[in-house]
Write a protein that binds this ligand. Structure first.
Ligand code: URA
Length: 241
């Protein structure tokens, strides 16, 4: 896809648009071997060879980041009052028109993939083709065997919400030998879905963390607020390949 040269270079960490204007004057940026000084030059990073002082540039066009979302930031791309997940990324990512695949509540932590791949985002978040999402939930009340059995049955049958929505079947298991920790897998992404499901069955979520989306799991080495690019294997897992 074509893009302005300055926008592309800025989005790849070469500075602000103003700095790119200077860079194009001071250094040699060439497109297919021809020096370009006009910031508005149209280039297609997938088809055109772009070099800086003779060295080929690796230009990112489609980006996939795995963020361990920290509590306290919102899953929007911009907000006048709150810190967003895009603010957490900082530059150059913040200039790349990225957005999260789905949303997590402000107090939820865990796996959030951030990308500029619209079709994949649509596929993974569409209610028709939505993928499984697995969460670790720590609950207000400990879960004994009888409670676990009743939650399991309610989740399997589909938890009814007050607005008339009946959730798609979901799964629940204990998390190791934790008295109040469970692993829940849901197929949808309704607002406050996991919290509402536990509310309906008479418990409450005290802490929530997304562990996986489809076949992609959160890298346990990423602390809250840390992120990295997906590997090609992880991208294939996310795509369901
Ligand atoms: N369910 C919730 O209740 N909150 C989230 O952030 C994600 C799923």
């Amino acid at each position: 896809m074509k893009s302005r040269l300055d926008k592309l270079l800025s989005a790849n960490g070469f500075g602000s648009r103003k700095e790119i204007k200077r860079l194009l004057k001071d250094r040699v940026v060439a497109v297919n071997g021809v020096r370009r000084v006009d910031p508005s030059t149209d280039v297609d990073p997938e088809l055109d060879a772009i070099t800086l002082d003779g060295e080929p540039l690796r230009i990112l066009t489609t980006v996939y980041l795995m963020l361990n979302k920290p509590a306290g930031v919102i899953s929007s791309t911009e907000d006048p009052d709150h810190r967003t997940v895009i603010d957490v990324l900082g530059e150059p990512w913040a200039s790349m028109d990225l957005f999260p695949i789905g949303r997590l509540d402000v107090d939820t932590e865990g796996l959030l993939v951030i990308t500029n791949d619209g079709p994949l985002t649509h596929r993974l978040t569409s209610p028709k083709t939505g993928v499984d999402k697995t969460y670790y939930a720590r609950l207000r009340d400990p879960v004994d065997d009888a409670a676990l059995a009743s939650y399991r049955e309610a989740f399997r049958a589909g938890v009814p919400f007050r607005d008339g929505h009946v959730c798609l079947p979901a799964k629940i298991d204990r998390c190791g030998d934790e008295a109040d920790g469970v692993i829940v897998t849901i197929q949808e992404g309704k607002y406050h879905q996991v919290k509402k499901m536990f509310y309906v069955v008479g418990n409450e979520v005290a802490y929530l963390k997304r562990e996986s989306m489809g076949n992609l799991s959160l890298d346990p080495a990423l602390k809250p607020g840390e992120f990295r690019e997906l590997t090609s294997d992880e991208l294939a897992l996310l795509r369901g390949e």
